[in-house]
Structures are given as structure tokens and as C-alpha cells.
Design a protein around this ligand. Sequence first.
Ligand SMILES: Cc1cc2nc3c(=O)[nH]c(=O)nc-3n(C[C@H](O)[C@H](O)[C@H](O)COP(=O)(O)OP(=O)(O)OC[C@H]3O[C@@H](n4cnc5c(N)ncnc54)[C@H](O)[C@@H]3O)c2cc1C
Length: 491
Amino acid sequence: MRGKKVIVIGAGFGGLSAAALLARDGFDVLVLEKNEQPGGRARVWKKDGFVFDMGPSWYLMPDVFDRFFKIFNRKTDDYYKLLRLNPNYRVFFGGPKTVDVPADRPGIDALFDSLEQDGSTKLAKYLDVAKYQYDIAMNEFMYREYKTIFDFFNWTIITKGPQLKIFESFDKFAGRYFSSDEIRKILEYTVVFLGGSPDNTPGLYSIMSHVDFDLGVWYPCGGLGMLVQGFTRLAREHGVRFEFNTPVRKINVTNGHAAGVMTDKGDLRADIVLVNADYHHAETELLDAAFSNYPERYWQKKKMGPSAFLIYLGLRRKVPHLLHHNLYLDDSWHEHFHSIFVEPAWPDNPSYYVCCPSKTDGSVAPAGSENIFILVPVAPGIEDADTIREKYYDKTISHLEKLINYNLRDHIVVRRTFAHNDFKEAYNAYKGTALGMSHTLLQTAVFRPSHQSKKVKNLFYTGSYNHPGIGVPMVIISSQIVSDQIRKIYG
Ligand SMILES: Cc1cc2nc3c(=O)[nH]c(=O)nc-3n(C[C@H](O)[C@H](O)[C@H](O)COP(=O)(O)OP(=O)(O)OC[C@H]3O[C@@H](n4cnc5c(N)ncnc54)[C@H](O)[C@@H]3O)c2cc1C
């Protein structure tokens, strides 16, 4: 494999991690990225002294990052400094009630006892199952490729399937332990990370509660952008080359082989092409239909994860009543999920997330200022227009002002919104999805789009559309799976 040329399309975490792994294996790797910087959805926007992480802001599953860097005999610490947050986050409920979810177990127990009788005892039982599921998922499911349905319905699934809760919804599963609406919301908000709703996401994903309460919520100092820098540096140290502002226009296929790619600067030859760009974009715009794994009707039937209405704010004042991570979980939370997955529309009373990293990190905002990022999950594929955004901006800011009893508007010095049209324009995202394909049962493991093309032998895919799915840790695992596959074929 030494010297074989690999072209990676896209410098998201999927492209960065796969490029580093393949270069370490001796491949000659070139990454082509349409945007001016690496990171994909995790790009950084800098304005007037404010440093905004444009996408991910939660560093979860630290074990996955440790395992990745270990392949290179490195540690995360060689590339970025991590801080464990405490409390993990603040939750505002529909009424005046607010709770802080602590980082330590005794604190979490006390919180659960205050929300439901025997809350901590029930939590202990629930988390035992979540940990059991997490261990099985990490040891047996996450890091492997599923080529056929028989790979998925293997002995482990048959014998352990019932305990893994793959056949019941997260909502039902959590409901067997807790009746408190507030506790259920605290546990179930995590499904938004997976691009799903508590009703359409399998109970298996209660592993997210183990991630949240046991493994903790972390922050790379300087923001998630430091992670992007770390991954890019790691790739470069292993010889990966990058070309930014270089959108790929076509994957050239000759005699069933990807011969290379077409860019505005000309054609580039490759022995292997690895796509990190959104799967739908690659299949429908970069490949001729004859070479796609899945026809358009396949995509139309798929449940896509939400898009997001994002607001980036720079404020020349410190804002009270916010922590680093804040969740507003409205009473009409089920209606909100309904408006995302069942009857797509802009939600009337949305739940939303507010990130204020300047509470932890002075480097992301000028002194005395606050860096705020608001995320409202919205249905993919619905109309996005300036008038709608303006209305929604007003609605969201007014709501937040009331929630924290503070006038934000008078102190805003930087402001930007981002929604469907931007996701399409910036990342070629299908229906403007922020996250990719949801994690419903029929979009899990073998049911996610394949890592390898069925029609073009040397064409591969990595990223949030593939198994194991959405989120930075998952995407890194996806790249470990596909690079193992490539090594086996070409090594
Ligand atoms: C608002 C938001 C918040 C999130 N929060 C979290 C979080 O807190 N924690 C977490 O773990 N995850 C979070 N996620 C999810 C996480 O960011 C993604 O799952 C992950 O970053 C996706 O990585 P990827 O490599 O699959 O795709 P991408 O990051 O989209 O990378 C694909 C790259 O391909 C490029 N590309 C597309 N078309 C072409 C082309 N034709 N030619 C060249 N390049 C092309 C794109 O520009 C992009 O850089 C969040 C996502 C969003 C949007």
C-alpha cells in the first residue's frame, strides 16, 4: 500500500481522522475540502475578538478520542487540553424551575431524589443497564463493519438483544424506570445528539446516559476548534496534504474503478477515493446514477436528522443565569419532536440549547464579553427564508431574555444566524440536515449506508451517514472502521 494515492473528499472529522489513519499506514493522502478551513460542521467563525464553534460544543465519550490517539502512540493531551465541566449543564423547564445537573454521582443522586421518590435508587438500576449496554456496544457493535443483515443479527444480538433494548423506544425504556416528566426530559434530551426523538430512537441509546452521567461532559480549552486543529496537525505530521477552497465536482469512474476526481483546477488521479462529504451529495451529484449505491427513492424514504436554527451572539456584557451548557426543555416537547419528524414545520414553542463557552474559557470572547450560541432543532427540508429567520430570531431572543430575566438585545455586538440554506450551501447537506441520518432502528448498524461502494470497488465513505453514526466520536469510529477495511484490501 506504500505510495498508493488516496483522495479524501472533505475535511470534517471523518475526513481528518481517516486521512491520518491511512497516512500512518503508508498511503499517500490528499484531502480536498470545499471550504477555506478544516472541521466541516465543526468549523470556527471568528469575528471582532469572538471565537465561535459553529457546530459541536459537547466533548463526550472521551474514551473514543483516547483510543484514537493511542493508535498513533499519542495522547489527546499532546494536541489539546481537556477540562471536565461541573455542573455538566443547567436545565430550564417550562415553568420557573431550573436544575443544575452535577458532574459527581452523589450530586446527581441528590438531584434525582429531589425530582422523584427513590429517584437515586431507580437511577442506579437504570445506569447499571446503560453501562452494560455501553460496554457491549463499544466491545461488540460500534467498531465493526456490518456488510449483511447476518452480521447484525449475530449471536450477541440474539442472546443479548433483549437486554440491549434495541426493539423498544428510548421513551418507553426510560418510562419503565421513571415517571417524573423532568427526569425523563433530562435523560431523553440526549437523543437530539443522535438526530432522533425519544419515540423513534431505540432504548439501546440510553448508553447516552452513561456517557452523560458516568463518563462526563468535557471541554477542550479554546473550544472544539482546538480539536479540529489537533486532528489536522496529527494528519499533517503523518504526511497528509490538504487543499482548501477545492470543491470536488465529480468522481471519475472508469471501468468500474474510481480513477480520481474532477476539480475546478483540473483532474486529480487516485488509487482510492474516500468520501467524507454528505453521502447523498456524493451519490447524486458527484457520481453518475449508474454508480450510486442507493437511488433517490431510497433517500426520500429515510428519516433525516433535524436541521438547526443557529444564532451566534457576541455580547459586550456578562450575562447572568447561564452556565456553559444550558437546555431549555419546554412543556410542549413532544409537539416539538412532532414538528421535526412527523409534520415538518417551524415549531411554535421550541425547546432549545444555549452554549456560553465564555463562562469557562476567556479566550473565546474579549474581556468582559460573552460568547453565546443558540441551537433550535428544526425539521429538515422546510422553507428557510430571511423573513422566517428574522421572526424566529426575535421569538427565540425574547424567550431567552424572559427565561434568564436579562436584556440581551442592548448588548449584542456580533450577530449571525445559520439554518437550512447555509447547511446546504456550506456542506452540501441533504435537505439542510445539520446531523445526517437519524438513528432509528432501521437506520442503525447494517441499515446505515455502506462504507464501501457496491459498484465502484475502490470507492469508500466515512462520516455521520455511515455506521456507527452521528456525533464527533461516532464519526471517528466510522473512519477507524473504513481505514481498517481499506488496509485489509490494499495491505
Ligand atoms: C449545530 C451542530 C451541533 C452539533 N453538536 C455536536 C456536539 O456537541 N457533539 C458532537 O459530538 N457532535 C455534534 N454535532 C455533530 C457533529 O458535528 C457531526 O456529526 C460531525 O462533525 C460530522 O462530521 P463528518 O466528518 O461526518 O461531516 P462534516 O463535518 O460535514 O464534514 C464533511 C466535509 O465535506 C466537505 N464537502 C462537502 N462536499 C464537498 C465537495 N464536493 N468537495 C469537497 N469537500 C466537500 C464539507 O465542506 C465538510 O467539510 C453537531 C452538529 C451540528 C451541525
